[in-house]
Design a protein around this ligand. Structure first.
Ligand code: ADP
Length: 484
């Protein structure tokens, strides 16, 4: 719609900087919104990696007198897919070796409250009459705890626009000592149950959930789950109270980045009409990870943060049984030291059968999606999940636990769903090693029935996971909040 202007504030955006799904969404959704006429600009911290990738930029504002914060500048630039960027340049907070949230050893940066306090503050300044820019948004769209204080700052600012807050993962909350509130110049009055207080801490996430005009999350099923004690992470009461202002919108996928017919990371491209390339991609992946090249043994792929959330402990537990099916396992990821070690041990114990790469590799992630036969994603909870969407596009049916967005995006394969063309993977209920193993076994059995397997792959690859419908749903939320 002509005239709708949105500031999209985020702590990561692919391909400039990404640690997970938030990065993927922030890289793709703004472009999809622009394609339907919403004037979106993305506000992103000027991390070392981001500044290094900016070909051209211009200083468009400086902030030297923000009480409580170091001096900062705003740089304007444009992404490769033509989305205008506002980069928040504050070298003392953002320009350092390491990741956006943690140092190289995996420790959270101790000044994260200041780093994301500044990001939240600047987003609010740009959404108020104090903005130094000529471009004034109608609304600020905040994402996860890192921009959770924006709705709070907006509440206390002059000439403030409304805000929408999107939950990408309730498990990350940004909870800090109450003294941070004063340091970040929020009024003491907001430290209460009707405000930013959360079990004696000041919570960035709670601030977003309490003060935003509307809340979204990244799948309809997760929107329901977070109103229950099991997955509400202590915020279920507030979310239930706000259920009239809360809805779930399933993430799409960036089809420029994730499309087996054009993917630059693949040795052979393929599509639903020409599947031959997938076998070459499997062979390449097997070589790359030191796996045996054997016919008719399904290759199971995993790309994941190695955390309790992702249920990799169960997968590691059943891995020896999986090898016996027989099946091969290709794993990429990093996270908890114990799980990393367990994965390494497996690959040493089963050379040629288990290939493990500990680290973060965009190229290998694409190669696993393409080269694997079956994708494994036994998450305990999953707000949306992207890998199960990618794997369907790449003809790699996923095995998933029935939770969050996995329920909204994978249809369990049964005789009936295979017949009606809706089946797109294998879903198990009840988070246990037995259930995971039984469901992987079910997928491997179907793999050996080539006629049915081809039908399942075809279903997966013809599903539409593009961002268009989701972008329309976000636009509808913006219009509702603005009363248009
Ligand atoms: P989450 O955001 O909880 O980590 P999602 O499935 O929503 O999970 O998104 C994960 C994104 O991060 C996907 O794009 C996935 O391919 C990517 N990813 C996760 N781990 C790695 C890794 N080790 N190397 C490359 N990409 C990874």
């Amino acid at each position: 719609m002509a005239g709708l202007k949105v500031l999209f504030a985020t702590s990561e955006a692919a391909p400039l900087i990404k640690t997970g799904g938030l990065g993927d969404v922030s890289g793709a959704l703004p472009a999809a919104l622009r394609a339907i006429g919403v004037d979106v600009r993305v506000l992103l911290p000027g991390y070392r990696q981001v500044i290094a990738q900016l070909a051209q930029h211009k200083v468009v504002a400086t902030f030297d007198t923000l009480s409580g914060f170091p001096s900062a500048r705003l740089l304007s630039a444009v992404t490769a897919n033509d989305v205008p960027l506002l980069i928040l340049d504050c070298p003392s907070l953002y320009q350092r070796e390491g990741g956006p949230y943690q140092d190289a050893k995996g420790q959270d940066w101790p000044d994260n409250p200041q780093r994301f306090g500044l990001l939240s503050k600047i987003a609010a300044v740009l959404g108020s009459s104090a903005s130094p820019l000529d471009w004034h948004p109608d609304l600020v769209h905040c994402n996860d705890w890192q921009t959770g204080l924006t709705p709070a700052y907006l509440r206390f600012a002059q000439g403030a626009v409304p805000s929408v807050f999107t939950i990408h993962n309730m498990a990350f909350q940004g909870n800090y000592a109450p003294a941070i509130l004063r340091e970040l110049r929020l009024p003491p009055s907001c430290f209460g149950i009707d405000g930013v207080e959360f079990y004696g801490h000041m919570s960035f996430l709670k601030a977003g959930l309490f003060y935003a005009d509307h809340i979204t999350t990244v799948s309809p099923n997760y929107a329901k789950e977070i109103q229950q004690a099991e997955l509400g992470f202590g915020m279920q009461g507030l979310l239930t109270k706000r259920s009239g202002d809360l809805n779930g919108i399933l993430n799409g996928i960036d089809t420029d980045e994730w499309n087996p017919a054009t993917d630059k990371h693949l040795v052979k491209k393929f599509s639903v009409a020409r599947m031959a390339g997938k076998a070459a991609d499997k062979e390449y992946l097997q070589c790359r990870l030191g796996l045996d090249i054997v016919p008719d043994v399904p290759l199971l792929g995993v790309i994941s943060r190695f955390t309790h959330q992702k249920g990799l402990d169960l997968l590691l537990e059943v891995a020896p049984q999986l090898i016996g099916l027989p099946a091969q396992l290709a794993m990429l990821g990093s996270g908890e030291a114990q799980m990393q070690q367990a994965a390494r041990n497996l690959s040493q114990r089963y050379p040629g059968k288990v290939g493990v790469n500990i680290g973060f590799s965009e190229a290998l992630a694409h190669q696993i999606e393409a080269g694997a036969d079956i994708f494994i994603m036994p998450s305990r909870f999953e707000p949306c999940g992207l890998n199960q969407l990618y794997s369907q596009c790449y003809g790699t049916p996923p095995v998933v636990h029935a939770t969050g967005g996995l329920v909204d995006s994978v249809v369990d394969c049964t005789a009936e769903t295979l017949k009606d063309g809706s089946a797109s993977g294998f879903v198990f209920k009840g988070m246990s090693a037995e259930n995971l193993f039984a469901t992987i076994q079910r997928s491997v059995d179907l793999y050996h029935d080539q006629r049915k397997w081809k039908a399942l792959r075809r279903n997966c690859m013809t599903k539409d996971f593009s961002w268009k419908a989701s972008a329309e749903a976000y636009r509808a939320v913006y219009l509702k909040v603005l009363g248009r």
